[in-house]
Design a protein. Sequence first.
Lengths: 251, 372
Amino acid sequence: MTLPIIEVRNIVTSFGKNLIHDHVNCTIHRNEIYALLGGSGSGKSTLMREMILLERPQSGTIRVLGHDLSTLTPLEAIRLRRSWGVLFQSGALYSSLTVGENIALLYTEYTDLSPKLIDELIQLKINLVGLPPHAKHLYPSQLSGGMVKRAALARALALDPKLLFLDEPTSGLDPLSSRQFDALIQQLRDLLGLTVIMVTHDLDTIHHIVDRFTLLGEKKAIAEGTLKEVLAIDHPIIDYFFQKGQHGITR
Amino acid sequence: MQSVIPASLTITHESIQTLLKCKGHWTIENLSEVSDQLENLTLQPTILWDVAEISEIDSAGIALWQLNNRLFEQKGHQCETIGIRNEHSHLYRLLYSKSFQDSPPPDLPSWLYRLGRETHSSFLGIGTFLSFLGEAFILLFFTLRHPHLIRYRSIGAHILETGAKALPIIAISAFLIGVVVAYQSVVQLQKFGADIFIVDMIGISLTRELAPLITAIVVAGRSGSAFTAQIGAMKMTQEIDAMRTMGFDPFTFLVWPRVFALMIVMPLLIFFADMVGIFGGMVIANAQSNLSFTEFINRLQGALALKHYLIGIIKGPFFAFLIAFVSTYRGFQVSMNTESIGQYTTKSVVNSIFLVIACDAIFSILLTELKL
C-alpha cells in the first residue's frame, strides 16, 4: 500500500463562533479522481482551501504529498505549491494578461526555458485543453465562460503538476461542455497520472468520472467511498443529496 | 524521494549522421542546459534521437524534443527517433495528437492608424460625456417634479463621507498652505519694512484663490477617486444592471446624490480651509515679525473685503459639480476587467483636477474683466 497523497485528520475549522468542520477526516490516494461533496455552506470549499494553503484549520493535520501543512517551512511551501495546479471556480485568470501570458507567467517565473520553448509549451497546453490556437492572444474578458475554464485549466497544468485541484469545474457550463470537460479531466488523469481533487455539485460528473468522494454535512464527513458504497448507507443527507429515486440514481 | 538525474545530451558525429543520445530526467527543472546545447549545433544530414535512456519526461521535455526536431527538419535534415518507451509515447500522443498548429500574434496596426483611432475616440468621448450630462439633467428635472424620488438619506450619507470625514486632511493642507504663503511673503515684505501687509497678502490670496483650489484638489483626490471606484466596482459586479432592471435609475440613485452632496459640502469646506489657512498665516506672522494675533485680526477686518471671501466660496459649487460629474462619469465607463478600475480612477482624478484649474482660470479672467 503506497502512502496516500492527501491525508486529512481531525480537522476543526471555525470562523468566529461559526463551526465549519468538527473533526473531519478523509484520505485521497494516488491517481484517483476524488470529490468533496456537500450542500452549500457544508465547508467543502473551505476544506479544499485548507489543502492548498489558502486557509488554516484551528486544529488537526493535513498531509499533502507527505508534508504536514502546519509545519512547512516557506521554502517547502513554495516547492509544494509548484507541485499542484488549482482551477478556481471563476477561472481567476489575470485580466490584464492574455491567455498565453497567463500561462507563460509560470514558466518565466519558475524556469529558465528559452522563449521559443515557452511558446511551444503554451501552444501545447492550449491545444491540450481544446482551445482554438488563436485563443493565446485573447484577453480573459474576450472569452466565453467555457473557454475561461479551459484557459484556467491550461494554466493550472502549466508546470505538469502531480495534483490538480478543481473548484466546481463544470459550474456555469452547458451540459455538453460539462461532459467534454469531464472527459478531458479523465483523459488527463489516465495519461498524465494526475490525482484530481474536486469540489462539485454536478451529479453527472460524480456518476461518470469520480472514483471516490467524501460527503460533508452537519460539520462532519458523513460518508467516504465510491458512489456504490455511499449509496448503500442509509442517511437522510445522503438520500437528499443524491435525490434517491427521483433522478435515476438508485441503489 | 528518488534522486533526480539531470537531463543530459551526448552528441556523437558519425560520417553522415549525428547521434543525439538523451539521458536522465527530461523534466521542466532540468532542461535549461540541454536546451542551450541544442541551440548551437552543427549537424550532419541525418539526425538520430536515441531516447531510450530518458528515465522520466514531462510535457516540457517532449516539447523541447519536438520543437528541435521540427527546426532540424525545416533546415532540411532527416530526423529519426529510436527507443521511445511506451509510457512516454502516451504523453506524446496526448500532447501532439491534435495536429499541432501555432497561431502568430495578430498584427499591430500602424502608428498612424492608432493615432487616428485614439483621436477619433477622444472626440467621441466628448460626445458621450455630453450625453451623460444631458441624461442626468433630464432625470434631474423629472425628479424635481416628483420630489419624493429625491434620495435625501443618500445625500446625507455622502455629506458625511465627503465633507465631515475630509476635515482633517483639509485642515492640514490649508494650514500648511497658509504657513508657506506667510513664510515666503514675510521675507520679501521685511525688505521694505512693510511687514503689516502680510495680512492683506494672506487674507486675499487664501480666501480668493488658494483655499478653494487646494480644497478642490484634495476633494478630487479623495472623494472623486472614491466615486469612480465605487461606481466602477458596482458596474463590474452587475449591480448597476440589477438596479436598472428594478427601475432604480442610476442617475437618481448614484449620480445626483453625490453631485448634490459635494455641491453642498464644498463651500463649507472652503470656508473651513479659509479659517485654518489664515490661522496658519497668523502663526507665522507672529513668529517671524512679532505681529500679535489681535493686531492681525484688526488689520484683517480692514484689508479683506467681503467680495474676496464670497468669490472664493462661490467657486465651491462649480468645482464640486465638475469633480462629481467627471468622477461618476468615469465610474460608468469601467469595463469588465480589474485593470480598468485603476485606469478610470486615474483618469477621473486627472480630468477633474484639470477642469478645476481651468474653471478657476475662467473665473479669474471673468472677474478681473468685471473689475471685481
